[in-house]
Structures are given as C-alpha cells and as structure tokens.
Unconditional design. Sequence first.
Lengths: 713, 436
Amino acid sequence: MSIDKFKANQGLLYYLIKQVRPELAESISESKNIETMIVGLGRQGTRHAQLMMEYGTDVTCGVAPGKGGRIVHETIPVYNSAKEAITEHPNIAIASIWRHYSTAKDATIEVIRTGIPIVVLISEFIPLKDVRDILVEARKYKTILFGGNTPGIIFPPEGIKVGMLPDIFQAEQKEGKIGPKGVTILSRSGAILYHLSDALASAGIAQNGVLGVGGDGAIGSRFVDLVSLVMNYENTDLVVIAGEIGGMQEELLAQDMLSQPEKYPKPLVALISGANAPEGKTMGHAGAVVAPGQSYGTYSSKKEALEKAGVVVVNHQRDLIETVKSKLNRTYFEIEDYYKKMSEKWNAKPPEKTWGTLITNVMPNNIIIRGYHLQEIIAKKGLLETLYLLLQGEFADTEEIIELEKIAKNAIREEFSNYDGVPKSPDVSKMLGTFLQIDKRLSNYVSSVPDEPKVVAYTLGRMVKYLAIIQDNLEAITSVKDTDVSFADLIYLGLVGETQQGTLKVRLLEAMITACVDHGITPPSAQATLVLSSTRAPYEIALSAGIQAITDVHGGAGQKAAEFFLSVVNKSKEKNIPLEESTFEMMNSAIKAGKRIEGLGHRIHTKDPRKDVLWQLAEEAGYAKDCVKVSKMVSDVLFRVRGMNLPINVDGVIGAITADMDIDPKLAKAIFVFGRTVGLAAHYYEEINTQPQMRRLAFDKAIYKGHSIRNVE
Amino acid sequence: MKLYEYEAKQIFEKFGLTIPKQIAVIETTEELEFSTLNFPIMIKAMVLIGGRGKAGGIKKADNSDEAKQIVSEMLDLTIHGYPIDKLLLEEAVDIASEIYLSVTTDPATFDVVIVTSASGGIDIEEIARTKPEEIWKNTILDNSKVLPDSIAQEAVDFLIKKNPDLKAVDNQLKTTISSLFSVFQQVEAKVCEINPLILTKNNKIIAADAKLVLDDNSLYRQASLLQSIDIDPQSKRHDVSEQTLFEAQAYKIGFPYLDLLDNPENFIKKDDILYVGLVPGGAGYGIFSIDEVVNLGNRYFDGKVVPINFMDSGGGPPLAKVADMFHLLMDHPATDIVITSRFGGISSCDIFIQGLIMALRDRFLANKRMIPVFGRMVGTDLAAAKSFYEKAKKETLEPLRDLHITIGNKKIMADIIRDGIEYGFEIKKQMKEGGN
C-alpha cells in the first residue's frame, strides 16, 4: 500500500457525497476523513470490516442487533441499531450492508432513514418486493444506493473501499505521488472487474473509482443515475461501463445521452457481455436474463442503443484495451510497477492469524494496563478504580466509584446460605471457586444487571464474604455497622479478622491486591477463563475455572514464601546471626534437600515491576520489617548458594509483607486470587464482547492493541 | 421461475379470479375417456416458452374424435425446439370481447406497473407501438401492497370508454384488476398477465390465459403457495424450459450452471468443431467468457469454436465444489477442452488448484474420461498455489499431463483463451491422427 494517498476530501467519493449532502461534505472537508459504517457482522461482514480497514477505510462503527456494546477488530464499536450509531457518529457518510437477504430490507431502510448519503447494499438474493420497498425509501431520502448484490465501491487514489472489491485497482502515479486522474468504472458484475483491471493495467491506465452497481434485476442507482455524475468529476478522464444482458439500464443510459448530450462531457466505452446468451435462462445474476419476447435486454438491443448515442461498444478484452488507449492516448503509471506490486502482494505469505486484547500488555519488566504502568496504578489508585479501568478502559468519575463501593459493600451483607455442604479445604482457590459456582445471589445478580463494572464489584463483595467464611470472620464482618467503613476496611476485616479502619495497613493490603489484578493473556488462570468464555459458559463458572487454575505452581507461592521468610527470621533470632547469614543457611539446606525456594523467578520478568512499589508502600506503612529485608536480599543470597540469579517475584514480595504485617501466611494466596478475580472478569467480558464463540484460541497469537502508554494523573 | 398456464390459473383462482373449468392435465392420449367430456374443449400445450399459439400449441376441439387427434398430434410437436410433454384440457368459453390486463415490473424504474387495454388477445408490445392510445398504464410509486380503489376505477373507466359493452360488468372488472394486483404482490411475482381476459356473451369476466413469473429470490417464503400447486419449493425452472440433466446436477451441488447446447444429454458433436467447457470465475465473467470464446473463434479459428456452458464458479468455493465443477464438464459428452480462470482477489488460488487437481487425480484413478484443462490463476495465496501445482506435477504426472495453468496476470485472459483454443485444436488433431 502506498504511504501518501490522495486526499480523501478531494477525491471522487467526496465528490459524490457533496452532490447529495453538501453539509456533510463541509464537515468532511474540515476533518479530511470519510467515516463509514458496517451493518451486519456475520462471518462475511466481520471479515470484510478488517479487509476494508487494512486497505485504509475508516470503519468507524458497526451495527448488529443484539450485539450492541461489543467491539470488533479491537477498535470498531458495535451498536444495536443504525439510529444509535448515527447519534454517536453523526459524520458517517457511507454504510455497507452485509445482512442476509431475509433481513436486508429492514436493515437497509433503517440505514436510509438515518440520512446517510451513500449506502452500499452487498446482500444478494433480496426479494424483488423488498427491493421496491427499499427503492421507495432511497428516493425519498435521495440516497445514492449501490446494489443489491454489489461487490462494493473502491477509490484507489484515496485508498478507500467499501465492500469486497480486492486491492487490484491501480491509481495514477506521478513523480512518485498518487494522483486522482484516471478512468472511472461502473459495473453490474464484480468478477468482470478483475479482467477489466488486468486489461487497463496492461495499458498503463489508472482507475480513480470503481463502482459496482449490482447484479440484481432491480437495483438502486443505475448507469443513467451515475454516469453523468462521475463524468462531471474533474479528474475522471473517461468512463467505462461493464454492462450485461437483462433489464434496460444500458438502453436508458443511451436514451439519456441522446436527449441530453451536454450531461455527458467525457468519452464512454461500454463493455457489454452476453452476445451469445440463451433466451430465458438467468445467468448467475438475477438481473442477467434475456426476457423472452421483449424488445430490450438483449446484447444487440443494448449495443444498438449505445452505438446510436455515440458510445463504442466492445465485447472482447483486446478491443477494450485498444479503444480506451486510443481515446486517452496516455498512460498513468509504469506498467512494470503494477506487475511488481501485484506479484509482491500475491507472493506474500498470508499474514499470521493474530487476535487482539485491549486490556493488558505484558512485556519483560513491564505490565501495562490500559496504557498505564501497573506500579503507578498500585501507588495511586484503589482497587475499585482499577476494576473500572480494567473493564472500561478509562478511570471512572468519583460518583461511579461511590456507586461501585455501595454495591460491593451491599454484596457482603446479602445472604449466602447454601454453602454448608461445601467441605472445608486448605486450598483457598478450590474453596473460592466452589463458592462462586453455588452462589445463587451472584448468579441472579449477573443475569439481572447488565452493567459490567457493577457485576464485578458485586463479585468482589461476595468474594470478601467467601473469604470471611473461610477465615471464620463471617460474624465479625456482618456485625459491623457499615456507615463509616470503606470496602477496603471490610476486605481487611474479612480476610484478617481485625478492624483496622482507614489505617495504612488497610491501604497496604489493598495495594497488594491491586498488584495482582492482571497479567494479560499469559497466565494459565486467564487462559482457563478464556476457554470457558469462548464456549459462552456463565460468567461465574468461567471465573471459577480461572481461579481454580491458581495453584502452588501459579500465583500461590506467596504462602510458602512467607513461611520461608518467617523461618529465616526465626533462625536469625534463635542463633543470633545476621539475617543474611540465616538466609544463606536456610537456603543452602533447603536446596541440598532438593526443595525449591518459593517466590523467586518469573517466566517473563527479570525485575518484577510490582516489587519496588509494594516494598515502598510497606516501608511507608511501617511494615517493612525483617521479612521484607530478607525478601530484598534473597535473590543475591541465592547467587551465593547456586551461582545463579533468580529475581524475586510478586508472590515473594506479598509473602514477605503479609508476614511482616503479622497476618496468616495462608492469606498471601488469597490476596492473589482476590485481586486476580478482577482481571479474569475483564478477560471474560472482552472475550464474549469481541470474539466469535468457540473460536480457535491461540494464546500465543494474542497481541495487545490497547491504549498506548500514558501516565496516571 | 415461470409457471405453466394451468398452475398460474389455479393461483389466480385462489385469489378470486374466474378461470375456465380445468378438465385435466395429461401426458398421453390414453389418460382420458374423451367421449364423456362436455364439448367444445380447449387443448393447450403446456410449455414455458412463448409463442405456442402461432406454433399450433392451442386448439379447440368440438367432439371426441377431433380431441383425440389434436392431442396425439400436439404431443409430437416441438415449440422453438422445446418438446411438449403436457397438455391442459379445459372447457372452452364463448367470447364477446377480449381484454388485455397485466401487472408487471417497470424495467426502467422497477416500480409496479398495471397495464390494460380493451384490445386484448394480441401482442401488447405491438399495440403499444402502433396504437398507444389504446393502452392504459399506471405506475405505482410507493409499492403499495393493495391497489388503491381509485386507480382500479380509473382502469375500469378507461376500458368502458373503449368498449361500452363492459359497462355491464364494471364491478367484476374492478375486482379482477384489484385481485390480479393482489396476486402480484402476495405471491411476489415479476409478471402477472392475462391475455386475453374474456367478456363472455352472458357477461362474465374470465381469465382465458394466464402468465405468472415468480421472483426466484422470494421463492423461499412462498413455499406454501408452491406446494399448493404441487411444485417442490426447492426445485428450479427456467423461464423457457425445465432444467437439463447437467443444470439440475449443478443446481443440486450448489453453483449456477447453464447448458448452451440444445439437448446436451445426447449431444452429437461435429468433427471439425472445438467444444469448450468453461470454469471462468464469477457470474459476470461467466457471461463474458462465453463471448470471448466465440469472438476469438470467429476471428482466428474460422468460427469453429463453440462454448458449451455458462458457469458461475466465483466467490470462494470449497475444495469439493471446485472438483465437482470440473467433473461436471468432463462428464459432459460435448467437452473437448476446459478453459478456466481463477482470479483470487479475496478467495484463495490455493483451494482452486487443489480442487482441480483432486478432480483430475480422481478421474484418472477411476478410469474416467480425461479432458485437457487450460487456464490461468492469479491472486491471493498464489505462492502456495504455485508450489502445490508444481509439486503435484512432479508427484503424479500422469493424471496432470494435460493440465496447463499459467501463473500470474502478465498475460490477459483473452490471450490465454486464444492459446487454449489453439491447444485444443492441436490435441483434437493428434487424437484424430492417433485414432486413424
């Protein structure tokens, strides 16, 4: 694709828009951008939305009933109706419609009524009666309607296409720049355009626009409506129409040319197909049939009519080349350049199939959530603010956070009666996962509240309740008068069993939880949730699956690390030796016994971006004691033992801080699980909102396509 | 899809129009005991092609001997090359005067158009040319589903002005016009025509003929209508004939295909003609490639080249369908050579070449007729397609000996077709020499 395109606000497409909606053209000439909308996001529509974007079209939004609120191809917001879409994006100038023929009529009429000036109706096989209803509406709104059954429209100089025409059409090139001049093609067929572009390219003749008028028997804009229009665009040097048997479009055009020749200032060449067509047999296109006994619609009726109007009619590729060449007497680009471009394109390996996530970008030593460094979020934002960011992509207003806080607190208070039969287990993931699955209140909430951040806030509240049950703190947490107590206070109370309202301890715990919120597509827990989301399992089940994938191997090392650090500190006290020595001794004997030291090493990070901020917050809160000290030296000590460097990871840091806070080491894992629940929920919603169900989940093909780097205010 | 006259009449009757009493639709002389019939009766050839009146496809019989003779003669008749398989027998009506009435689609604007004339029974286009004042025409601009009463009244007034005898049946006429309009909109027709609509001597309005062409695109929601006249809603018919064997086969597999030769099932080839089968790409190029073959044949090969089919192989057909397209043409008795073009703009060349090679290998192994294939492929996944093609030729040369695919678009398709035709003649010559 060429880098410098011809300006969108000077091209043929802009010219067409200007003819019917001068005001919209005005705003395009300011924005220098032509917005398009895609209606119908089935297999075809979705695929071509991407191909259009790759070609350079601005696909501003999509419309698909029942899919409102989703995002396709990471950037295209979807609305339930065209009306909603146009309210949000009033500058949309073109809509392409990809709906099935049985629903195409309503979709098209709805689009026309929004006032969008150009409508490209891709749908094929639309019943005639429906087409008439569409045409009645298009006339009323003066819509330029292409199709039905059009392959679309493409404007090579501007690099804009709407529809399914491939990138085989060549724009003018002069002095290394793209120019707007060339021939404009109007065609009833898509397939023939391949051979037209071949033919014209072989003579060095550029196309500044290719307009598929549609292969059906009844269509929107006809040759007679369009040819004069495009001829009056200053950069069109000649018009080629590709007509075929059936109907009387070509005859009508000829009639108009005869009666009003002044409307047709440029040469016209007509390639007409069907000289050898049988009578009464429909030839692929619904419109391509010689109607028995009619005086129009045959090859010869069209040829005669057009020739009478002074048009050269050809029926052979070589004749087309010679005619166009002789009429133009010039070339628009180096022919070899075209072949080079095409062969490069065709010999290119198909691009690797990737998919996008907008949530978290994980790179070595960096965790970027929605564009923000996680360490900054930990330092400056609370858990509920982070929750909102993960789900919605931006930070919320204060009011929204107050609302979420209310919901989360309320969720703690609400009844949870049916957990009695769940056997107690030391495995906090297993317990939490099970509670999620059996909690009726939660599943009711999920199915009755459509607002995603609210659902997740509610879930966090319920998780606090589960943890309080597990930690035997249920009574403490339910007896609290909640007016002055924050959600963070309640988290502390639920997990630890102590009231520590508003203290630095509470803030420190919240920061540790926030540190665990997400790690992108890479961890097994996120992948487990995605697998279930992909099959459209219920929210709480997908969450439960992710949580139960958090084990000693993944995310659960905090407890063992805490225990290790405590034992080091104890030993140092017992033997009255410096911490570093006792660390060395403990580590040495552990390694000799073939045990691994938990909390060290990471698959991706050599310097875990979360560690410094947590240590610092612990310092500020007065909880950076002996275990934290050990945690800071453990990596260096390991080098002395084994001659290798393993960095401390977030589990290790959390383990150390929880130990210094003198809270149950078991809680280190609970903190991780609790925090990660938010990320899992975000991945669940992204999957169901943006991806087709039961897709092939290639986790290593995920690419972060979200917000670029920014700073937390 | 065009309906036979008796089917169209049955539908018109459901909407309240009066039709002559249908006695039977027969396919042999033996099917009826003619002596018991009420004469006179009309015997009409049930063909889809027009012009049967002039060709002797409509006759009146006054007694059973006459009827028997007409039936046996008519069943031996062909009309414009199409055989007559079915006859409609119906009671004859006495005629006081004839009217023309139709509801159709305006070919220029696609609006619904009602046309009527008090001079019925003859070619309406002819009247339109010679005596336009004899024709009343109204275009419905809002696609209204029911005919506004005022418009029906206007039509009736016009007819009465032209033929005062019709005054006696003004209400019947108005109902007939409104009903035909309702038929048009409700069964989603392209054409509803009654020519002639008859005023009988005892002041009845009867549809003596009926033409009904349905919109193929709306057949899916007209299933109950079609079933009510014993038509399989999943079947397909041309506007002039039933499908040929190959057309029906392609329809079943799911790609548009037409035979260009008459009687393709038992085709007798001429020795000096090259018969070209086409697997050309989408519908538009499908039509155009036929012209290219004929044009090149006329310019460079003495007019001795005949394309045998139309095919729309466009979009991105799956492997098996690509193979079926080639199988169909190679099973066709006429094919001498297949010329193919794959321009993979968005769809893949790779699938195309794999499907083609699969068909050739299968045929070779099953000992079926092998036909040379000549053509070009260009577009998406060309590199993969090329390496598959070259590898396949190395691995199994035998079945692919006569496969000649040019890669890339430096040579335009018209030139490839010309090369293909030349090659076809050469092969034909070699085979002839070999045969001798």
